[in-house]
Write a protein that binds this ligand. Sequence first.
Ligand SMILES: Nc1ncnc2c1ncn2[C@@H]1O[C@H](COP(=O)(O)OP(=O)(O)OP(=O)(O)O)[C@@H](O)[C@H]1O
Length: 300
Amino acid sequence: MITIRGLHKRFHGTDALRGVDLDIPQGKVTAFLGPNGAGKTTTIKCAMNLIGRDAGDVSVLGVDARSLGPRQWQSIGYVSENRMMPGWMTVPELLNYLRPMYNGSWDRDFEKKLLAEFDLPLKTELRALSRGQRMKAALLSSLAYRPQLVVLDEPFSGLDPLVRDEFLTGLLELTETEGWTVWISSHDIEEVERFADRVAILNDGRVDIQEDVETLQSRFRSVELWFDDDAPLPGGLPATWLNPKAAGRTLRFTDASYDESSSETLLARIFPEHRRHEARRMTLREIFVALARSYRTQPD
Ligand SMILES: Nc1ncnc2c1ncn2[C@@H]1O[C@H](COP(=O)(O)OP(=O)(O)OP(=O)(O)O)[C@@H](O)[C@H]1O
């Protein structure tokens, strides 16, 4: 659905994107994660043709992002915190205004369902709504025509926990029943973990990891070793052992390429004197935190 190769973007001489390669496959929910300033919004804006690019190829729904036209926009639902909205309109006025543009694909029943779920004031102008209410209005107006490709840039900002939960459950149902393709950037990893099939992690303008959540979780482990005396912290540990830290008689690290038999052999070889150890599966959030910490300690 979206293919990005070698995407570069500079702002005032500073590199924001330094060769992004990314695939957003059809029918899957891809979570787009990364530390602040990694380049998530910039990548999404380049793909939505809201800003130009300095180099690289970006294909969206089979066309170059720079050629996105009304035909493709009928199939794309894009929501971002900073999306401009006509502040003088009320929610019903906004929907009345947009509906004819999506002739044929706008689903009135779905619109009504979302309107009821989001519990939005109908007589207040958009500019007088709260941030969360405006976000709901943006979500509603971008999903009511049942787009095949849903692009959400930080969609939860300002949404209260109940609405977040309802919105996510609704989105989950739709992705399953309608086979929607979703590309969602968010810092709310626990929320996206519930329904993401894939994860792409951006760091410093490049994609570091993109793979199925399942395979990512199967290769990451939080490892803890116990010793009889103070835990050693030798140099030259495998590069896939992230953030090793010794504290008292324990040593902890994140194994980014865990495999039961070879990892056990390696542990026994490097730490023959350890008394016992544990290798625990990690949540997506824990994996992200371990990676983000390792990015900070990596030389540029
Ligand atoms: N219009 C702009 N002018 C100058 N620099 C910009 C502009 N937009 C983004 N940048 C810079 O590009 C880099 C990437 O920003 P971007 O907003 O894409 O990151 P992000 O991953 O979405 O961050 P966050 O998680 O904080 O929202 C940052 O260093 C940012 O300061």
